[in-house]
Structures are given as structure tokens and as C-alpha cells.
Design a protein around this ligand. Structure first.
Ligand code: PMP
Ligand code: GLU
Length: 397
């Protein structure tokens, strides 16, 4: 008999991780699966970062760090925010955690209580809504389809606000759509939020550097909302360090202090070695970031071109991150050998079983018409994957 709590029972497992797991299981059976499910760079962590980690071990950085991270790392993050984002923070406003995932969860658990509403624009990253559930909060999902480039408008935001609204979660560049809010668009949202001083804005900027529009824009740049923005970022994507588990927030002092307290009872500071590696990443040469971004941009172009060749796909041109998020609703209701595709989750399973390509159905992201392809893999693999997808879809009637 399962005795998990109600809280756990109501939590959905991470669909991104689940599809990746399924793909690995098929691979272990000797099936040649191309995994475009999980979103993680295929690049290796740059050598100078690995060297810093080796040095950290040799120098016996083996003790607990402060809960919020070493001061030297937090200072390096403050410098990064000033240098790249023209934003001023104090080291006390930075909290380092075991990945940006923990950072987002810390903030939600720190500010959301029973019945508090959180506005979550859809498509959204899978974990946001589950984290809000963990905090006993209420998700207010605001949909945006491909026709509006998966971005919400100021009017939509305003219509979703109620006296119970506690927070908004923005993600730009976006996982899963790859859409990027322009400065003007962010200004429009900030204009609405300026009227509601009690709403905290959680701005997930983990894909900051995987951006094909030239310059990253943060909603924190607008003075009217600045003191209510929590920037979430980390080294996973920009420096190909997903497994190192190092994310951070730059937050109003009261939220940073709350996360410090929470984390102090829960996980303590993140790995001391990962922190030293992250410090090297922020203070070292940045050309690795540019090289990886260029590779992602080339792959983006390839994926958009290949996606457009697939009958029935509606494809947007993502301006950041490393996901293609076509609308595949054309295939809903079609069948293969008597088995009907009822939704995008079925379609993802079909593509895995019939095409041996792992993707993630859009349902998990609050966008049931779409399917997510992570293109963080080689051009050859991408070309082969999209060929398989096209062939598999052609069998549906
Ligand atoms: N936010 C978004 C939008 C992401 O895609 C991810 C990657 N899973 C994270 C946060 C968490 O990143 P991390 O690996 O640093 O926990
Ligand atoms: N960001 C990745 C994704 O969305 C990592 C998986 C996860 O942490 O959920 O696929």
C-alpha cells in the first residue's frame, strides 16, 4: 500500500525527465533512439572550468560553504549582473542553490502560501506548475498560441490579475517555445505590473546566453518593478554544466533572506566544488559561450527548415533557447494500425515507438497542440531525427 502524502500524490512526475528515461531504456535494449527530449547542451564543460574544479579539490574546498554560497562566487555573480545586464545588486541579494530548479522552487516556497495565485503564462516549463502545487498555491495559466508567438500580451496579464495574485513567472528566452520577449514587450508587461505593487515577478533567465536576437533583455531593467523582480539564472545552459548543479537568484533582500532560511534547513549551500567551477565560469574568458550559441543558432536554422518541410506542422522561428515547438494538432485524431493519436502526449509516444525519436508532448507544458524537440545535439542527428519523424508521421491516416 502506498502511503505517500496527499501533497506527493497530487504531484506529476517531470515529463521531460520521464521521456528521457524512456529513451534511455529503449537505447539499453539496443534500439537506436535519437533523444530530443531532455533540454541539455551536448557540449562538454569548457576545460578552464574543469581545471578550476580540480584545483578546488586539491586545495581542500571540502567543507560546508555558507548557505547562500561563497562570497567570492556571489561577488562574481554581482559583477556579471553589472557587466552584462547593467543591474546593481549586493552579494547579500544572491542565493546560490543546487541548480536553477531549486532556485525557482525556493522562491515559490518562500512567498506562496495556501490559495495564493501565481500567473503562469503557457507554454511553461514543466516544473513551475508542480512547484506552485507543492506550495499549495493556485496556478492561473494564461495561454498563448503560436499565432502570438507564444507570448502573452499586457491585456492578457491584466485580465489574469486578482487580489490573490502573488507572483508571475516569466521565462525568456522560453523553454519550451524558444520565444523571446523584446524590450518593448517587457515594458508593456512591466507597465501593467507597476499598478500592482504586491506582485513578485520571477524572471527565469536561464537561457539568457542562448539568444539569437543579439541582446538579452530582463524585466528587472524597469525601475517601476525592479524591487520586485527575482532573477533566476545559473551555469547549466550557458556553460554546459547541467550536472554540476549550480543555479542562483538575484532578489529583493527579503526574498533572498527567506531563501537563505529555507535552504539552510533543507539542503544547505550547494556543492563547494561546483561553486568554484561556477566562479571560474563567470570570471574567465567568455568565448565558449559565443561558440556554443553559434552552434545552437545554426541548429535552430536547420530545425526550422526541416520542421517546415513536415506536412501539417506549424513552425515558429524560435529566437532563443534550444527547442523547436511546432503546432502538430493536424495529427490529432489520426491513427496507425487502429491506434488513435488523441493528443500530443500520444504523438510523442508514437514518435518514440515508431520513429525512435524521443520528444516531449506539449501537454506537459500547457500547450496540448504542440510537441517539443530539443535540438541540443549534432546537425547529423537532427537531420536523421527529422527524417524519421517525417516518415513516421506519413504513416498516420
Ligand atoms: N528553468 C528552465 C526554464 C529550464 O529549462 C531549466 C532546465 N531544466 C531550469 C530552470 C533548471 O536548470 P538547472 O539545471 O540549473 O536546475
Ligand atoms: N531544462 C530541461 C528540460 O526542460 C531539463 C529537464 C528538467 O530539469 O526538467 O528538458
Amino acid at each position: 500500500m502506498s502511503q505517500v502524502s496527499e501533497r506527493l500524490a497530487s504531484l506529476s512526475p517531470s515529463e521531460t525527465l520521464a521521456m528521457s528515461q524512456k529513451s534511455n531504456e529503449l537505447k539499453a535494449q539496443g534500439i537506436d533512439v535519437i533523444n530530443l527530449s531532455v533540454g541539455e547542451p551536448d557540449f562538454l564543460t569548457p576545460t578552464f572550468i574543469k581545471d578550476a574544479a580540480k584545483k578546488a579539490i586539491e586545495e581542500n574546498n571540502s567543507f560546508y560553504s555558507p548557505v547562500t554560497g561563497y562570497l567570492s562566487l556571489r561577488k562574481a555573480i554581482v559583477d556579471k549582473l553589472k557587466r552584462e545586464n547593467q543591474l546593481e545588486y549586493k552579494p547579500e541579494q544572491i542565493v546560490c542553490s543546487n541548480g536553477a530548479k531549486q532556485s525557482v522552487c525556493n522562491v515559490i516556497l518562500s512567498i506562496i502560501g495556501a490559495g495564493d495565485e501565481v500567473i503562469v503564462p503557457a507554454p511553461y516549463w514543466v516544473s513551475y506548475v508542480e512547484m506552485v502545487k507543492l506550495a499549495d498555491g493556485v496556478n492561473v495559466v494564461v495561454p498563448s498560441g503560436i499565432e502570438q508567438d507564444f507570448k502573452i500580451t499586457p491585456d492578457q496579464l491584466e485580465a489574469a490579475i486578482t487580489p490573490r495574485t502573488k507572483a508571475l513567472i516569466l521565462c525568456s528566452p522560453s523553454n519550451p517555445s524558444g520565444s523571446v520577449y523584446s524590450k518593448e514587450e517587457l515594458k508593456g508587461l512591466a507597465g501593467v505590473l507597476a499598478k500592482y505593487p504586491d506582485i513578485t515577478i520571477i524572471s527565469d533567465e536561464i537561457y539568457e546566453h542562448i539568444n539569437y536576437v543579439g541582446k538579452h533583455e530582463s524585466i528587472a531593467q524597469f525601475e517601476t518593478v525592479r524591487d520586485r523582480v527575482v532573477i533566476v539564472n545559473g551555469v547549466s545552459k550557458a556553460y554546459a554544466m547541467t550536472g554540476w548543479r549550480l543555479g542562483w537568484i538575484a532578489a529583493p533582500q527579503w526574498i533572498a533572506s527567506a531563501c537563505n532560511k529555507l535552504q539552510g534547513q533543507y539542503t544547505s549551500g550547494p556543492s563547494s566544488i561546483a561553486q568554484k567551477a561556477a566562479e571560474a565560469a563567470y570570471t574567465g574568458p567568455q568565448d565558449c559561450v559565443k561558440t556554443m550559441r553559434e552552434a545552437f543558432e545554426r541548429r535552430r536554422n536547420l530545425m526550422v527548415a526541416l520542421g517546415k518541410e513536415i506536412p501539417g506542422f506549424k513552425v515558429s522561428k524560435p529566437q532563443g533557447a534550444f527547442y523547436l515547438f511546432p503546432d502538430c494538432s493536424y495529427y490529432t485524431g489520426k491513427s496507425f494500425r487502429g491506434k488513435k493519436i488523441e493528443n500530443s502526449a500520444d504523438l510523442a509516444i508514437y514518435l518514440l515507438e515508431e520513429g525512435h525519436v524521443a520528444t516531449v508532448g506539449g501537454m506537459a507544458f500547457g500547450a496540448p497542440d504542440c510537441i517539443r524537440f530539443s535540438y541540443a545535439t549534432s546537425d547529423e542527428q537532427l537531420a536523421e531525427a527529422m527524417k524519421r519523424v517525417k516518415e513516421a508521421l506519413a504513416k498516420l491516416i
